[in-house]
Write a protein that binds this ligand. Structure first.
Ligand SMILES: [Zn+2]
Length: 431
């Protein structure tokens, strides 16, 4: 296929925009804040942590609160002496969180510059020899992270470049009025709904969800044609757009949505879904990162996705809520340790995904139900999906296991996309 003028323009636009993340100066600073890993040896450790959670302002990066598991906690510099006084053994994963954020910004800027230079070379080749540039557009996008505006443009470009195959969808609007925008792909009778970025600091999830959409639209996997006649895919890269904008303008570590609750910003929408809401593993403190909201479905973001799913049931073959980090492929329930009747079926599919993932780049993903694999989390999306009859609901945690955490380097976007696509497709093959 010859490279069309429209897509050449799109590539040129990418070259000038692909590295334009907002500058950092107005952002919240995390200088000398540490991310520590605590091995949960006994109940006393958990109690000491939960007793001090509010006073010490713990920001849980991971939530594995089972005995024998590890919890990663972001402890701010001014609270660290108090944390050490608790005498809980820990190892330091990240000694200066701001340094990691600064390195991420630098990486994004440098990657953007390098892409621009490569594009100039490609464009010269194109002009000289009429070389086909079309295979270059997708890799360019997936080599770097992008602004909210760029993601919006990317979605619109995919729709306009794939008429008949892709159309625009939205779950609804966020509390601040931004659309939860996405792409509908294919025309099969069975629906597959998935989204990233319910937690806004989990930037890799935006990119990997887009990577899967790109595979469905332009990928070379011979199975795709069959998928598009069997399934209709509903793909939303950014479920929580307000939170995502906050991570790019004022606080890279913001997890929740943009609603104001008693002086603090954000409800944890993944503790706000209306099934077994407020039955464990959530916070009543509006300043906590797991604040469940004043009532079930008080957040429009969760409510909109729930309504969208309800309208498609009973024909929803699969729903996946994509998070990071920890490398997990999880099933319901989160609110109880009693496993659902279809647990063995779901676990078999999760293991299929994990095996396919491992075969690509050797990454290990653990599988199991949310409650027993990490910890009680009521009011979460996968539980709600299970409760309304979605046949296969999953909560997935992408790379890594804590080295970079939420600040996964841009050069891991494509490998992470490749392995997640492999896991996703392996499950589709069994539905
Ligand atoms: Zn998350």
């Amino acid at each position: 296929m010859r490279f069309s003028l429209i897509s050449l323009a799109a590539v040129a636009a990418l070259a000038t925009q692909a590295y334009a993340l907002p500058a950092a100066p107005s952002q919240a600073l995390f200088r000398n804040d540490r991310v520590v890993r605590i091995e949960v040896k006994d109940e006393a450790t958990l109690k000491a942590l939960s007793d001090n959670e509010e006073a010490l302002n713990f920001d849980y990066f991971t939530h594995n609160k089972n005995i024998g598991g590890n919890i990663d906690i972001h402890v701010s510099a001014d609270k660290f002496a108090q944390f050490e006084a608790l005498k809980i053994p820990y190892t330091v994963l990240i000694p200066d969180l701001q340094a990691v954020i600064d390195a991420e910004q630098k990486d994004i800027q440098e990657t953007g510059t390098r892409i621009q230079q490569e594009l100039q070379v490609q464009r010269k080749k194109f002009n000289a020899a009429g070389e086909d540039l079309s295979t270059y557009a997708a890799p360019v996008w997936f080599q770097n992270y992008h602004t909210y505006a760029e993601h919006t443009a990317w979605i619109n470009t995919q729709i306009s470049q794939n008429p008949g195959k892709a159309s625009a969808i939205s779950f609804g609007n966020s509390s601040q009025g931004r659309p939860q925008a996405g792409i509908k792909i294919g025309n099969g009778p069975n629906h597959v709904v998935f989204h990233g970025t319910q937690h806004s600091r989990e930037w890799i999830t935006t990119m990997v969800v887009e990577y899967i959409a790109d595979q469905l639209l332009t990928g070379s996997d011979p199975r795709v044609a069959g998928y598009l006649s069997k399934f209709t895919f509903h793909v939303v890269p950014i479920m929580n757009p307000d939170g995502f904008v906050i991570t790019q303008t004022s606080n890279r570590m913001h997890r929740k949505n943009g609603q104001t609750n008693g002086g603090c910003v954000g409800t944890d929408t993944n503790r706000n879904w209306g099934y077994q809401w407020n039955t464990g593993g959530t916070s009543n403190n509006p300043c906590s990162d797991t604040y469940r909201g004043p009532k079930a479905f008080s957040s429009p973001e969760a409510t909109n996705v729930a309504n969208y799913l309800k309208a498609l049931v009973p024909n929803v073959a699969m729903y996946i809520d994509v998070h990071s980090y920890s490398q997990l492929w999880m099933t319901p329930w989160g609110y109880t340790g009693t496993r659902p009747s279809n647990y063995n079926y779901l676990l078999g599919l999760a293991n299929t995904a994990a095996n396919a993932i491992k075969a690509v780049h050797g990454m290990s993903f653990r599988t199991g139900d949310i409650y027993n694999t990490i910890y009680p989390a009521s009011g979460n999306s996968a539980d709600f999906a299970q409760s309304i009859g979605v046949k296969v609901p999953f909560a997935v945690e992408l790379r890594d296991k804590g080295q970079y955490g939420f600040n996964l380097p841009a050069n891991q976007i494509i490998p992470s996309g490749e392995e997640t696509w492999a896991g996703f497709a392996a499950v589709l093959d069994k539905l």
